[in-house]
Design a protein around this ligand. Sequence first.
Ligand code: AKB
Length: 310
Amino acid sequence: MEKHLVIGASGQLGIELVIGLQERYGIDAVVASDIRKGNDELANRSEFTKLDATDAEAVKKVITEGGFTTVYQLVAMLSAKGEADPVRAWDLNMKSLMNVLECAKEGLKVFWPSSIAVFGPEAEKDETPQDVFCDPTTIYGVSKVSGELWCNYYFEKYGVDVRSLRYPGLIGYRSMPGGGTTDYAVDAFYKAIEGVDFECYLKPNESLPMMHMDDAIRATLDLMAAPADQIKHRTSYNLSGCSFSPEELTLEIQKHCPNFNTTYNPDHRQNIAASWPNSLDDTKAREDWGWKPEYGTKELVEAMLNALRN
Ligand code: AKB
């Protein structure tokens, strides 16, 4: 029987992944772990184990005693927050990955999220290809490039079945993201529902790759369910949903909330966003394991506003 451990289960992605796994494999097939328990009722139907992902012994104990087949290691300090304390961000992001990869040598399947943050100023901005020179300017991006290489190393050297996706900005309604550069978009939806103006820390025309959370969870579950011989990239796959700028998002939200208004006050996060792609070429993910997004910008905006209104 499949048994899935989600480490970092109380974060924005973790909550949604636990629920997605419950729907696909059953509530008892999933164990959530984090340093604190979240308060999402659906996610909390599965067992919860308190776990510090940087504690190698604790990670090993939970994994070996739990009889898991698959581990999703989601713990990370994101791009904007990481810049405030780069050494701590590196430490958290790398230790949490390495602790799981070490356990996986005994025969675990592993998922680890990478990000559009692996790309830097040298990469093509539009339809950024799968394989390009990566020169990230954030420590988060540096840790993601390094992590991708570690994943590939554990696959080549020890045969670890490790799989990864380069997520765009993830847009979901169950919880607020924390510390990212793409987070502005989630905030905009909350402001639109509250009926207040939104002050954006990016420039109006700063376009970034984004994705509805349902697409991101489906991509993750499909990638992990694909036969191993279909997974040709053991670093990480480019994954594309839609792309929009704050200005384009505002116009789309205004179709549903005509009084919604965005003002602009760019800060240091604008530089991070400017170093990232506008859009990604995810042909390899489509070819290798059948990826296809369902949400364009219009569908994403409709779904977010409906969900938040409900
Ligand atoms: C961030 O903005 O740091 C994250 C990401 C793109 O990985 N959402």
